[in-house]
Design a binder for this molecule. Structure first.
Ligand SMILES: [Zn+2]
Length: 385
C-alpha cells in the first residue's frame, strides 16, 4: 500500500514538474484587473446573527461595509438530492460555480476529503493570466487539513499545474519540520518526531504538491518563524490567526486572488451558542482589519473587490436537542447571503431577489476577466456598474 502510494506520488511529481515547465501560464497575459478577496464567512452562519438589524453580531459588516457595495440578502444553496450544506461542500460551490462538482477521495474522521473535478477560480485565473502560485492564495483554518487542497483538482486541462498556494498553520508546520530536518542539528528524538509529523501532515496531500516549496513561500515562513518561534504559543489562534496571515500575505506576497476561509462559528457543534456568536464578532473584527489594510496599502487601495459569502447556513429550530447544526437539510441551512464591494460594484445597493450560491464563481470570473465555463450559476450583472 505504502509502496504503491509512493510510486503513485512519484509519477505525479514528474507530471507536476512537466506541468510547471510546459503548461504553466507563461504565455498567458499579465493580469491587470482588480484584486479579488473572497471572504468565506464560514463555519456556517445564519442570516439572523449576521444581516438582521436587531440581532446581528457583525455590526461592521452590516452597517459599514454593506453601504460600500451590493448586499444580496437572499442568496441560497439549492435544495438538491445529495447536496450537503457543509463547509468543504459550500466552499467548492463557491469556487467551482457548481453543486457536487467534487469527488470524495478520503476522510478525516467524519469530515470528507473532497477534490474538485471541475476547475476552481484559482485554477481558472492562473490559466487565464500569468499570476504566480503565491499570488493566488487560500488562507485556511488551523484545524482544517481537510480544506487545505480544495483549490485544485484532477481536471485534465487545469489541476496541479495551476494550483494555488495555501497559507495556514498546517503549512507552517510543514515548513518548520522540513527546516528542522534540513538543519539536522536537533537531538535524534526531535528529528524522529519531525519525520513522523511531516509524514502525517503530507498524508492529506493526495497529489503530492506540498512536499516541494518555493523560495518565496520559504521566505514568508522563515519570517513568521523568526517572529513567532516554533511553540505555537505566541502567534494568534483560530480565526484571529487567519486575519493575521491574510494581512501579512497582502503586505509580503501581494495576492491578486485570495480567499480567507473563516471557520470558528463551527465550534457551536459542541453545543454552546456563545461560541457561535462570539466567533461571528471575531470575523467581523477580522473583516474590518483586512478591509482597512486594503484601504491603506498602495497595491490594494481602490483596486480591490471583496466578495463575502458563507459556506452554508445553520438550522433555526430551537427545539432540537443540539441547536445550530447544519447537516439536516433544514431550510435555514440553505439560506445565506453575499456582499460584494469595490471598484466596478454598485454602492449602497440591495439586490433583493433570489440568487444562487453558484453565481459567485461566474461573477468573480467576470470581475477578473475570464469565463468560468463549467459554472452553472450566472454572472450577476446587476451588481456590476
Ligand atoms: Zn460544521
Amino acid at each position: 500500500m505504502e509502496i504503491g502510494r509512493r510510486a503513485f506520488n512519484q509519477g505525479l511529481v514528474g507530471t507536476v514538474a512537466a506541468g510547471v515547465m510546459g503548461a504553466s501560464a507563461a504565455s498567458a497575459p499579465a493580469y491587470k484587473g482588480p484584486n479579488v478577496i473572497i471572504v468565506r464567512f464560514g463555519g456556517g452562519v445564519r442570516r439572523t446573527e449576521t444581516i438582521a438589524d436587531q440581532t446581528t453580531y457583525s455590526p461592521y459588516f452590516l452597517n459599514v461595509l454593506a453601504k460600500r457595495g451590493t448586499l444580496i440578502p437572499n442568496l441560497t444553496i439549492a435544495q438538491l438530492q445529495d447536496v450537503d450544506t457543509s463547509h468543504a461542500e459550500g466552499t467548492l460551490n463557491i469556487l467551482t460555480g457548481r453543486y457536487k462538482a467534487y469527488t470524495k477521495v478520503g476522510a478525516q474522521g467524519l469530515a470528507p476529503l473532497l477534490e474538485p473535478d471541475e476547475p476552481t477560480l484559482f485554477e481558472a485565473v492562473r490559466k487565464a493570466f500569468e499570476i504566480p502560485a503565491h499570488q493566488a492564495l487560500l488562507i485556511n483554518g488551523e484545524d482544517r487539513p481537510q480544506e487545505e487542497y480544495l483549490t485544485y483538482g484532477g481536471h485534465k486541462h487545469f489541476g496541479v499545474s495551476f494550483r494555488s498556494e495555501a497559507i495556514s498553520l498546517f503549512r507552517f508546520k510543514l515548513h518548520k519540520f522540513r527546516r528542522i530536518l534540513e538543519d539536522n542539528k536537533a537531538p535524534e528524538n526531535v528529528l524522529a518526531a519531525a519525520r513522523k509529523q511531516l509524514d502525517e501532515l503530507t498524508a492529506y496531500d493526495f497529489r503530492n504538491t506540498a512536499r516541494d516549496s518555493s523560495d518565496v513561500m520559504d521566505r514568508f515562513w522563515d519570517n513568521w518563524r523568526g517572529q513567532y518561534g516554533d511553540t505555537g504559543l505566541k502567534n494568534p489562534r483560530g480565526d484571529r490567526l487567519l486575519t493575521e496571515l491574510a494581512v501579512r500575505a497582502m503586505r509580503e506576497l501581494k495576492p491578486r486572488l485570495m480567499m480567507i476561509n473563516y471557520q470558528d462559528p463551527d465550534y457551536v457543534h459542541w453545543g454552546n451558542a456563545s461560541h457561535y456568536t462570539r466567533a461571528i464578532a471575531i470575523i467581523d473584527q477580522g473583516l474590518r482589519r483586512v478591509v482597512e489594510t486594503a484601504d491603506s496599502e498602495p497595491s490594494y487601495k481602490d483596486q480591490t473587490v471583496f466578495v463575502i459569502v458563507p459556506d452554508c447556513g445553520r438550522d433555526a429550530n430551537p427545539l432540537m436537542s443540539v441547536p445550530y447544526q447544519h447537516h439536516f437539510n433544514s431550510r435555514s441551512a440553505h439560506e445565506i447571503f453575499a456582499l460584494l464591494l469595490g471598484p466596478g460594484i454598485a454602492r449602497g445597493k440591495i439586490l433583493d431577489k433570489p440568487v444562487d450560491q453558484t453565481s459567485i464563481a461566474a461573477t468573480v470570473g467576470a470581475i477578473m476577466g475570464f469565463r468560468m465555463q463549467a459554472a452553472e450559476g450566472r454572472v450577476l450583472s446587476e451588481v456590476l456598474t
